[in-house]
Design a protein around this ligand. Sequence first.
Ligand code: AMP
Length: 602
Amino acid sequence: MAVDSPLSSPLGPPACEKDAKALQFIEEMTRNAESVQQRVLAEILSRNAQTEYLTRFQLNGATDRETFKSKLPVITYEDLQPEIHRIANGDRSAILSAHPISEFLTSSGTSAGERKLMPTIKEELDRRQLLYSLLMPVMNLYVAGLDKGKGLYFLFVKSEIRTPGGLLARPVLTSYYKSDHFKTRPYDPYNVYTSPNEAILCPDSFQSMYTQMLCGLLDRHQVLRLGAVFASGLLRAIRFLQLNWRQLAHDMETGSLNSKITDPSLRECIVKTLKPNPELAQFVRHECSKDDWEGIIVRIWPNTKYLDVIVTGAMAQYIPTLDYYSGGLPLACTMYASSECYFGLNLNLMCKPSEVSYTIMPNMAYFEFLPHEPNLDSTGFDFTHELPPKLVDLVDVEVGKEYELVITTYAGLCRYRVGDILRVTGFHNSAPQFHFIRRKNVLLSIDSDKTDEAEQQTAVENASHLLREHNASVVEYTSHADTKTIPGHYVVYWELLVKDSTNSPDNDTLEQCCLAMEESLNSVYRQGRVADNSIGPLEIRVVKNGTFEELMDYAISRGASINQYKVPRCVSFTPIMELLDSRVVSAHFSPALPHWSPERSQ
Ligand code: AMP
């Protein structure tokens, strides 16, 4: 029930006193965005004044914006690599941050084929926790009664490694789920999960998914919301159900747990709650054996009010499939975050996915915005200039304009380009709200993988070496992220030049080409293929000679300039896809998994 208190928020009536405080906090931060930003920058600069990095730029203890902007360069990950290397190798001096680096967070963004390593400090966990604590109070403004049931969330930990200097390196969510903040979180009736911690924390992805699904099925009437971090993760869970419902139903029928669940603490935890329930088993068999899975989510979990998944950015490609399985349930994108920093949250949770805007929380870091000019994207700005480009402050961005996000964090990143392009859609108080446009230079993405044009080019080159013995070569290529099946997979269209038609590349060679491409792609892609099973085998579709000329004719007929025409290296526009697919002469899939191990190759 809504609380009618003097704390009542402009955002709406809070569901309880705790929510009122959270909403109040959002109001305070967004109303005072400018002063909060000034304070955050001063705090970061004063505590890190003696670090090697700030000393290098002769900040001399200054904490004001003007000095900061005039002395510190805008940088990318590559610029910081020497410092990151030293930290990874055990240098514990105050290089970037006065606070000790507690671990590295491994980003899904890559550099030279490996995940970027983001240094973090202990207190950043509190900052992330703070942002998480705001999500349910906002959700409760839109959906009533979430304290009357549970959330079925598919959450996973991933492998972690130690750097040569002994620091842990792992994804930010793995770090969070393994933290006391998560493991020993106080009971909150608005935030009860069906998955026990043991299931979320089990490092084996099959055992983790199996038991999370089992618990979700056992609690099916209590489930009020279903989620995963990204849309691709939720669809993977649906696919898992398609493949495993018979065994899950067997477990429910007999009250005995699948012998593949071998993790002792997980087994013990599940066995305690698993009792024979033939009725439920019968229900699951009945629903899952139907050929038609349309609306399966609401059939199995009839009280679900919304899906909690990110469907903005690259994940937008999954919206139709989610709509199909959920019968069109609302899709709530709650937050915008990264390994470098958690940025902000969506205050209008029931809006259409295409209208989602994230309000950046000014207390999380110091934010600047590099005006983004789409036609300069391929060349980029020249940051070797003496004068740094003019960056805009959080409260000064203009509605309708696009910017690249640049952050200065408590953990020691200074004027760091995140690589995300955002468009300002409006303001909440004086804090701007942003539509996520895209991540720069990402061509293909199925899950958290991000493949850019250069990586694809290298992969095609490496694979095409295998064509030499057939005296053939790739004359043109393009690609598409095919998400019609789960998991999705990369499709690469090749037009070949075959000099000797009696020795044209056979299926075997082209399959090896698929695998060679996969071997050349970055470690996040290969991890998705090998460990997470979130990406299917890469496919090469060989198209008829002349197809790419037709593609050019088509583009020109639609107004492209003949002089400036460039083959698009990734396509998704339906008429182009139809043209390409109608010219396919053969299709070939990667016959094996590429190499991947949690260890870094460098
Ligand atoms: P990572 O460093 O692997 O955590 O990836 C962070 C990146 O994921 C961000 O910089 C964005 O490009 C993307 N991302 C995170 N949250 C969202 C969101 N809500 N919508 C779209 N993209 C997102």
